[in-house]
Design a protein. Structure first.
Lengths: 386, 199
């Protein structure tokens, strides 16, 4: 898929801006702070309905304005669709496809798929385990939008269950028992069942995803890290409890996982009541990243960490591509960090992608193979250089 | 902030479900500009509804008397009870014309976040109704969202040991949806395809 036209109204630094785009590579060139990332962020927002830079929508709306509107004409399966999103901080967003309003803006998820790499992605490698869990879950949703439902169900089960554990735990500690505490305990079993069911669905999907990603990450790391081989970068999914043996095939299936989760939840009952939080389930899992025998976190150099983060994104791109329509690849500020040889190898890797959007402060940083169309970004203006 | 009584009106409206501060303001100004006769009629209906409408002492549905229309109707099958969260769900199911039994309105769903546990729902009243052995089937028609499912699971565990047939509306209802919004056809088919609950 690719975007052929983008309009921004009161989005970030742009009051009213139109950008014509084509398939292949487009590079956005301009000094820092001129609004390059703002443009690609808008395309990524249309795809994911959230920004990679901020968790709330307010900063996306031009300072002083009430709402932002992003419109994108997208070609997919040889047909053009006009996607529009109205961003209303604090209220619900409104989405339209080909001018007809959608009942819920969330229904637009999956219409456009993007893979974005930006300097913020260093947190994928250096940050908390939650960053890596989100990386996996976001990728699951991109492949199959129904996982957005699984994830939000799971989050809700956790919130309900934690709230119950707090009440029941507090009553147990005060020794008061009482009918409220009894009622809490009697419904805990119900939430256990739901935790095990939705948790197992999420866990099974993540385990399968990691298996598919492993070889792709190795290959991508080899391309972007100096002197690396494809067996250097590896990863392993570490659940919050010991995984059961698979009954058949390489991974345990959902039913087996649900049963194991349930057993573990029962085993940890007392701990959970003491601490008033759910201690078992995919929200406590970790994706371990390793370079050779060493963990990346705490051991790897800045350059190695950065290359690993880029490799994770490139592997995601490969994986999504194998599943059909090419996503839009966005590389925000990547080239400044790479030497000439790595730049060339990265360029080779992505040269045949349907659409690649690149940002760079210095035109010379963008390798010749990726020159493509040039767009100059300066003083809030976006102008095509060709 | 507006002056005195106007702000009071906005505040009151804003406490209604689904009405945010902006809508509250819009409705308030609509009322200020509306025909006094219309506004008086609205005010009267609000008072009368609170005075007259009670909850059925058997099933918990809204009623103008001690018993609701359905509980008074001798033609309704007393052996089957359909358990729903709210009175509005009774209305939705009645529209399908699939169901000829009686109802039981719980008054919500289990939700620890909102401090709603089994004791806060009309579950004890349901157990009392089941005590005389007339009822042989209970249909769980709580909403197809997480809290509705949890409530159904809880009731299943309670009712199964009593030797009753316990069924759950078949899915096909939009996930995360409210029963109230399911269209008649979908809801009707869900009723047809209801299944025994087995966990
Ligand atoms: N909501 C907003 N309203 C107005 N200006 C904004 C808003 N958000 C960001 N900006 C401005 O956008 C600029 C940053 O743009 P960005 O695209 O990140 O730059 P770069 O070209 O370095 O990628 C900053 O000057 C910032 O002040
Ligand atoms: Mg930038
Ligand atoms: Zn009644």
């Amino acid at each position: 898929m690719h975007v052929t036209h983008l309009s921004l109204h009161d989005f970030r630094s742009y009051a009213d801006t139109e950008v014509a785009l084509g398939p292949g590579v487009t590079s956005f060139i301009g000094r820092n702070g001129q609004g390059k990332t703002n443009v690609v962020e808008a395309i990524d927002y249309i795809a994911r309905l959230s920004s990679h830079r901020v968790s709330s929508d307010a900063p996306l709306v031009r300072f002083g304005a009430e709402q932002a509107v992003v419109r994108a004409a997208v070609v997919r399966d040889e047909r053009t669709a006009l996607l529009e999103i109205e961003i209303n901080p604090g209220r619900s967003n409104r989405a339209r496809i080909n001018k007809s309003p959608l009942p819920k803006s969330r229904e637009m998820l999956g219409m456009v798929r993007t893979v974005l790499f930006s300097p913020e992605d260093l947190a994928l490698v250096k940050g908390d385990p939650s960053e890596r869990r989100r990386f996996l879950d976001d990728l699951l949703v991109l492949r199959a939008p129904r996982y957005a439902g699984v994830r939000s169900d799971y989050d809700r089960v956790l919130r309900q269950r934690n709230s119950l554990l707090k009440t029941a735990g507090a009553a147990r500690r005060s020794g008061s028992g009482g009918s409220r505490a009894e009622a809490a305990l009697s419904t805990l079993g119900v939430w256990d069942t739901h935790l095990a069911r939705t948790g197992a669905e999420l866990l099974a999907a993540r385990l399968a995803l990691v298996e598919e990603l492993k070889p792709l990450v190795g290959k991508a790391y080899e391309a972007v890290a100096r002197g690396a081989t494809r067996s250097d970068a590896t990863m392993a999914y570490r659940p919050s409890f010991e995984l059961p043996e698979p009954t058949e095939g390489p991974l345990p299936d959902r039913a087996v996982l649900a049963e194991a989760l349930m057993a573990e939840v029962e085993r940890r009952r007392s701990d959970e009541l003491d601490r008033g939080v759910s201690l078992v389930g995919p929200h406590r899992d970790e994706l371990h990243l390793m370079l050779g025998p060493l963990p990346v976190k705490g051991y790897a150099s800045h350059g190695e960490s950065w290359s690993f983060a880029l490799a994770l994104r490139l592997a995601s791109y490969d994986l999504l591509r194998a599943g059909g329509d090419d996503p839009i690849l966005i590389l925000d500020d990547v080239f400044a960090e790479l030497d000439t040889e790595r730049r060339e190898r990265l360029a080779e890797m992505v040269a045949d992608a349907e659409q690649v959007l690149v940002t760079a402060a210095v035109p010379a940083d963008v390798p010749a193979a990726l020159a493509g169309a040039r767009v100059l970004v300066a003083d809030g203006q976006v102008t095509r250089a060709d | 902030m507006y002056e005195g009584v106007v702000q009071d009106l906005i505040d009151e409206l804003g406490r209604l479900p689904g009405v945010g501060p902006k809508s509250a303001q819009r409705i308030a100004f609509h009322i200020l500009q509306a025909d006094p006769v219309d506004v008086r009629r609205l005010a009267e209906v609000l008072i009368v509804v609170k005075d007259k409408v009670k909850f059925c002492s058997v099933c918990g549905n809204v009623a103008e008397d001690e018993l609701c229309r359905i509980c008074r109707d001798q033609r309704r099958d007393p052996a089957v009870i359909c358990v729903v969260e709210e009175s509005k769900d009774v209305v939705a199911i009645e529209r399908t014309r699939e169901f000829r039994g009686r109802y039981h309105v719980l008054g919500g769903a289990i939700s620890p976040i909102e401090g709603v546990g089994p004791d806060d729902l009309r579950i004890r009243e349901l157990m009392t109704r089941l005590a005389d052995g007339v009822v042989t089937e209970v249909i769980l028609a709580t909403d197809p969202n997480l809290e509705g499912e949890a409530t159904a699971t809880y009731l299943t565990r309670l009712l199964r040991p009593m030797g009753l047939r316990v069924t759950r509306l078949a899915s096909g209802l939009p996930v995360g949806g409210d029963l109230e919004y399911a269209d008649e056809v979908t809801l009707g088919r869900a009723f047809e395809g209801r299944r025994s609950v087995d966990d």
